[in-house]
Write a protein that binds this ligand. Structure first.
Ligand SMILES: [Zn+2]
Ligand SMILES: [Zn+2]
Length: 274
């Protein structure tokens, strides 16, 4: 697939707080090394690489070992949890083991996805896996990265019944201002993806405006969710400037100010600088 052009560089460094360099390579042919270099050239100097299945978790750890600007998150993605069957137990054991690696800062993405997993049995497995990931985040003092698709109420229910870890990131935040408040009340950071730039997503902008400046993050979820005006093309960390500038414009503040916040918040959200 044809990759979009490089945007104008940001005036200050920011972090892509959620991306999949391995899937990006599969989708667009962009090599991880090039993805990291291009991102840094426009001010996206650090990346959180997320592994979603056993193979992806190993890949994420290796990427974080290889590149000092990359840290890893490890998990069994809820849609994988729903269909792994008996292998889920060993998958969760692997997550627990890798979560203790010094380059792994996050447990996730875990959570609930009722958009893709609609059967009760699959949703029950997601819930079980989510509870396990919450326990790992607490046991190893890692940041919980939450995937929530069409499951806001149950996400809160599981977090409340298991007990919130000290750091939570709502990845690709997808709720409105009311749900934002509920997440913020539980100490979560709201991570905004390209979806915040989509015309029909006023509810995401309501959430953004409500959130304190020190609780927002920016992410690509690359290769998915490419921001406007490039929607439909493959996403990559070097396209963060489009979303970061959109956040600044929506909040009515300088790009410099939003970059500073996004950079500082990533350090706080992921347990310190890297
Ligand atoms: Zn996700
Ligand atoms: Zn993701």
């Amino acid at each position: 697939m044809e990759l979009p052009d490089l945007p104008e560089p940001l005036p200050m460094p920011v972090v892509d707080s959620h991306c999949h360099l391995d899937s990006t390579q599969e989708k667009s042919g962009l090599e991880p090394e090039d993805a990291i270099r291009l991102a840094a050239s426009v001010g996206v100097t650090r990346i959180v690489q997320i592994g979603c299945d056993p193979e992806g978790c190993h890949w994420a750890v290796q990427a974080a070992e290889r590149w000092p600007t990359v840290i890893a998150g490890v998990a069994i993605h809820p849609n994988d949890a729903a269909r792994m069957g008996p292998e889920l137990a060993s998958g969760l054991e692997l997550v627990a083991e890798l979560a203790q690696h010094h380059r792994v800062r996050a447990v996730g993405e875990s959570g609930l996805d009722y958009f893709r997993t609609r059967d009760a049995a699959g949703q029950a497995l997601q819930r079980k896996a989510f509870a396990a990931h919450i326990a790992f985040a607490k046991a190893f003092d890692r940041t919980l990265v939450v995937h929530d698709r069409d499951a806001h109420d149950d996400i809160l229910d599981v977090i409340d019944s298991e007990g919130a870890p000290s750091r939570i990131v709502m990845h690709c935040f997808s709720g409105d201002d009311h749900f934002a408040k509920a997440c913020l009340d539980r100490g979560a950071y709201l991570s905004f993806a390209g979806t915040v730039t989509f015309k029909n997503n006023d509810h995401l902008r309501d959430a953004l405006v409500l959130a304190p400046l020190d609780r927002i993050l920016v992410e690509t979820d690359a290769p998915y969710l490419t921001p406007m005006p490039l929607r439909g093309k493959p996403n990559a960390s070097y396209l963060i400037p489009h979303t970061a500038r959109f956040l600044a414009a929506t909040l009515g503040i300088d790009v410099e100010q939003v970059c500073q916040a996004l950079n500082d918040n990533a350090d706080a959200a992921f347990g310190g600088g890297w």
